[in-house]
Design a protein around this ligand. Structure first.
Ligand code: MRU
Length: 336
């Protein structure tokens, strides 16, 4: 059963973020949400790569599953898989699932698994991991809690269920009364546009806050727990996630609010000993200088736009994975 319930043309549909049918990869066009639900059709590896680059699809596990389907597409067209892999790996640098998924699907194909089955199995495995993240993470949410989250780590960012949003869906379905504070997440507003959309489809109460409001709310005791996703986790438990996550973790620590990261083990890069060596994507200045196509700064202004930051393991209460909840220093035991 899919957990991404959306209303399309007046009908409630259960759909996934990415899937493949009849040799075509289909994606929800996330750039158009929450105003329009449209689907993006990728027929070539280049279409898939462009979809990732232009953020038709985004979020670490979803990028990984999409790239897996890109490899399947190349195999179906009898194109060189190493070239397809190289093109797909060059799309976005931070999310580790992208690299993990490509390697995994290439290995499966090498072992003789039919390419589309290899990609479908990968997507199903990620979906199942996220379901279990929800079941495991439910325990950090008490009845009546207010939860703060940053960016979108929901079903749209995975294949289904979500990572940070999975425990919230689970708690809500188990009858707990919860409230979610959604950071708007400048510059691309994944919180205001995507997380709010998912929560409203699910019937979970929420309020969108500007990114700078988290300190005020935590200081006044209005946040019981913070749960965010991850783009890449280093072996020591340092976590790269959407820009601003680090600040939320510092504020949480200062106010004794538990700070959890939810991620499948496919997001852990055991080859990196610590987080400062995680590559951080720097995106276009225009994302900062324009909102909705309108300039918001004096002509000629420069901008910086790092898309992710690194939160030190020391600020993290626990990492919620499909295998259980771990302290950052315990992650090394999961290797292999
Ligand atoms: O730039 P984005 O939208 O791809 O960034 C997404 C995030 O930072 C998410 O929090 C992360 O990928 C976890 S998704 C389950």
């Amino acid at each position: 059963m899919s957990f991404l319930r959306v209303v399309v043309d007046g009908r409630v549909r259960d759909i996934k973020t990415v899937w493949m049918s009849n040799g075509v990869v289909w994606l929800i066009e996330q750039n158009l949400l929450p105003f329009e639900v449209q689907f993006f059709k990728a027929e070539t590896v280049e279409d898939v790569a462009r979809a990732i680059e232009t953020m038709v699809v985004r979020g670490a596990p979803a990028i990984g599953a999409t790239a897996a389907y890109g490899i399947a597409l190349a195999a179906l067209k009898r194109e060189p898989l190493d070239e397809a892999a190289e093109r797909l790996r060059a799309t976005r640098p931070t999310a580790y699932d992208l690299f993990y998924a490509i390697d995994h699907v290439l290995e499966e194909i090498e072992k003789g698994t039919p390419p589309v089955k290899a990609a479908d199995d990968y997507a199903a495995r990620i979906s199942d991991m996220c379901k279990r993240i929800g079941e495991n993470g439910d325990e950090v949410i008490r009845n009546g809690d207010s939860i703060l989250t940053h960016c979108n780590a929901g079903a749209l960012a995975t294949v289904d269920h979500g990572t940070a949003l999975a425990p919230m869906r689970e708690a809500h379905r188990n009858g707990k009364k919860i409230f979610v504070y959604v950071d708007e997440t400048r510059p691309r507003l994944q919180g205001a546009k995507l997380t709010a959309w998912e929560l409203s489809n699910e019937g979970i109460n929420y309020a969108i806050i500007v990114d700078n409001a988290a300190g005020r709310l935590m200081q006044s005791g209005e946040v019981d727990v913070v749960i965010v996703g991850a783009d890449r986790i280093a072996a020591n438990g340092d976590v790269a996630n959407k820009i601003g996550t680090y600040e939320k973790a510092l504020i949480a620590k200062d106010n004794s609010v538990p700070f959890y990261v939810a991620a499948p083990t496919s997001t852990i890069d055991f080859s990196l000993p610590e987080g400062q060596s995680i590559p951080i994507e720097e995106r276009s200045e225009s994302e900062v200088l324009y909102i909705g196509g309108r300039s918001i700064a004096p002509k000629g202004s420069k901008a910086r736009n790092p898309a992710f930051d690194v939160t030190s393991k020391d600020l993290i209460t626990g990492i919620i994975t499909e295998r259980g909840i771990y302290k950052p220093y315990e992650l090394r035991n999961l290797q292999g």
